[in-house]
Design a protein around this ligand. Sequence first.
Ligand SMILES: Cc1ncc(COP(=O)(O)O)c(C=O)c1O
Length: 408
Amino acid sequence: MTAAFDFSNQFRDDAPAAAAMWKGFPKHNFVGGHNAPESISTDDLVAAASRVLSREASTLAMYSGHSGPQGYLPLREYLSAKLKRQAGIECSTDEILMTSGSLQAIDLVNKTLLSAGDTIVVEQSNYGGCLTRWSKLKVNMVAVQVDEHGMCMTDLARVLERLKADGIQPKFIYTIPTVQNPTASILPLDRRHEMLRLAEAYDVPIFEDECYSDLIWAGERPPALFALDKTGRVIFTGSFSKSIAPALRVGYLVARWPFLSRALASKSDAGSGLIEQMILSEYCPQHFDAHVIKLNKLLEAKLDVLIESLNENFGTSVEFTRPPGGIFLWLRLPDAVDTSKLTEIAATQGIAINPGVEWSKDHPNGNRHIRVCYASGSADDIRAGITALADVCHTEFGVPVRSANRER
Ligand SMILES: Cc1ncc(COP(=O)(O)O)c(C=O)c1O
């Protein structure tokens, strides 16, 4: 066996605990924002890669090629036009920073704005990846209620007023208004205007995270908060992870220059990978829109299988709102079910789900929810996984009652 140096006295005090070694995907995988493998257009991606590399491979000799530290210029040009067309966002290529996934954009925003002890305003059901980041940074998160239409504006007004009375100025309001994670809600236009009005009244920036907005069954979406804002207070992030492929690691941060220039100064990786940006910029103008239409049909069909399977296996024991888009379903189980415990026991049976508490901040029923991602498995995988989950849940919590919908 190779000798391993004992680093235990060398680690800094606040170094994170050891990561678990990856042992492959679980048999029934309902976690992670994975995409549908069958959606990847191999031939078109290969052709795009071949074309762009034949033309421009020599520019890879330079850090960031010929485009500078903000990322591949033709891709920023494509994005500038796409964001205008689909989200109503007017931004120049200089107001876009390409990042290694939107997670890097989130890290840059955090690094640029947040110190330990700062306060931010967040949705009560929320993206676990952000909640853990802010906990590690020792940032105070103040939760605002959400419903099936996203953040509730009366509660946002209450929270902002209370913070003001306490002399606390939040650093930003973080929101996922267009296909929220985990509820998949889409914030209606009137609430968007109201959020902007409140943000202006209390002089708070907004951090808008939009990585699922291409995945809407109806295709239509309200304009982004960034597009409606007249004050330059919205910072926006998006990604190609959910629309094309998460393994590409291509995201983007959009902001007016006074903020973007500070975020750029915090980006210390000498540029995000250029080959994937080049391939996307070659692929997207011709294929993106058609690809997303095909992907959405595929995802909606998988959602239907999931819902059918839940109805068959759990009957009335689960409650949910049918999502208008996205890749996950946010489920409410009865009070008898502790979903953190369910997650633990299910994992021993090869079933991976997200427990609601990890996707919630001060949510009164967080531990009665689970998040189920349905994009990556086949219809048969989804059916088998939900049947297995129902068995575990029944054995442990007596839910669902066996006779509810089918003979077992
Ligand atoms: C709301 C939200 N923001 C950001 C991300 C990060 O995505 P990526 O870094 O792959 O672009 C995710 C991933 O699941 C997400 O759900």
